[in-house]
Write a protein that binds this ligand. Structure first.
Ligand SMILES: [Zn+2]
Ligand SMILES: [Zn+2]
Length: 387
């Protein structure tokens, strides 16, 4: 089956919603206007239930099929934007300085609204579709908040599916893989406390800059010498702050960075190695080295059966040659991971064509992708809940 006729017919309407959302970006959990827009649309479509305020500002619409009883599946979109100044110059560019939809969540929300409209009109399935609109994907863990709020139990959701656009992948194509598709994150801040003093008399000091520099080098060995080379791990030091004067050895230095992994045991090992290197180097140089370590989003893990199902749906919509079923994992992260920890499901990428990259000020969601994304959602719901 190619793109649904109705999805092609609805493209202009859905693109209108998308551009409206693009003009009014909101951050984190503060997506009040966006959630209001979503709520109003879902009610107008005639959803059986529209629940707001889940996970602070998330919205769920419930659509029951007309073919009888069946399970409930969740389809999820994200609503939040990024703190970036837009430079696209498009007529629908952000009207809010310092905020823009640079990750395409405007497109994700619009496509799922389009699918909800169609599904609420036709109801050609047995069971229930829960359309999930979450806040705070970009760092706030809005997906986790919705799960913690009891969303899965409240609506009896059995499986969940998510979708994200991918610049560089042609429009009309999809990409997915079984198992880990996006990485787990962790953040660390390391404070090296030495002893300050005169730069011309270094022997009377414990120089935290020299120690922190050694540490930056040593941290490279977490990936290169402590982890099996066929496993994925990223350790990036992204901050280094120390010193104020050319003739003073400072008292302390601070470095910080991020760790990305695809497996729990690799994540654990990386943390252990980072702590051990800090402790060991502190001991070696007579400094105190304090480590603050915090885990972020978990691995986004595609459950094998649901991944196969999702890729078959994509192939049905796009054509067999248009679906990449075994892409390499991406070391970025995604908080749909929390929903996939709570329920089986799959996360898929949809082509955004030759656009600027995600989180780039020149990025714009490609409205040509709308019929493909909508068709995927509709086909997925109707097939998963076939009578
Ligand atoms: Zn993003
Ligand atoms: Zn995103």
């Amino acid at each position: 089956m190619p793109i649904l006729n109705c999805a092609a017919e609805m493209q202009e309407e859905v693109a209108g919603w998308r551009r409206h959302l693009h003009q009014t970006p909101e951050l984190n959990f503060d997506v009040f206007q966006t959630a209001g827009f979503v709520t109003e649309k879902l009610k107008a479509f005639g959803c059986d239930e529209v629940v707001t305020g889940l996970g602070k500002t998330g919205v769920v619409g419930i659509i029951r099929g007309r073919k009888g009883d069946g399970p409930t599946i969740g389809l999820r979109a994200d609503m939040d934007a990024l703190p970036i100044d837009e430079i696209t110059g498009k007529p629908w560019a952000s009207t809010v300085r310092g905020k823009m939809h640079a990750c395409g969540h405007d497109g994700h929300t619009a496509m799922l609204l389009g699918a909800a409209k169609y599904l609420a009109e036709t109801r050609n399935f047995a069971g229930t579709v829960a359309v999930i609109f979450q806040p705070a994907e970009e760092g706030g863990g809005g997906g986790n908040e919705m799960v913690k709020d009891g969303m899965m139990e409240r609506f009896d959701i059995e499986k969940v599916f998510g979708m994200h656009n991918m610049p560089g992948l042609p429009v009309g194509q999809f990409a997915i893989r079984p198992g880990p598709i996006m990485a787990a994150t962790a953040a660390f801040t390391i404070t090296v406390k030495g002893r300050g003093g005169h730069a011309a008399m270094p022997h009377g000091t414990i120089d935290p800059i020299v120690i922190a520099s050694q540490l930056v080098g040593a941290l490279q060995t977490v990936a290169s010498r402590s982890t099996d080379p066929v496993e994925a791990v990223v350790v990036s030091v992204t901050k280094f702050h120390a010193g104020d004067a050319y003739n003073v050895i400072s008292e302390s230095a601070e470095i910080a960075g991020t760790v990305r992994t695809l497996k729990k045991q690799i994540a654990k090992k990386a943390e252990e190695r980072i702590r051990a290197l800090c402790e060991g180097l502190g001991l070696a140089f007579g400094a105190t080295v304090a480590v603050e370590y915090s885990s972020g989003y978990p691995v986004t893990f595609n459950h094998p059966e649901e991944m196969m199902f999702a890729s078959d749906i994509a192939a049905n919509v796009a054509g067999d040659g248009q679906v990449h079923r075994a892409i390499e994992p991406i070391m970025g992260s995604e908080d749909f991971s929390y929903m996939l920890e709570a329920r089986p499901g799959a996360f898929i990428f949809i082509g955004n064509g030759d656009t600027a990259g995600l989180h780039n000020p020149a990025y714009d969601f490609n409205d040509e992708a709308i019929p493909h994304g909508m068709s995927y959602w509709v086909k997925l719901a109707e097939t998963a809940l076939a009578a």
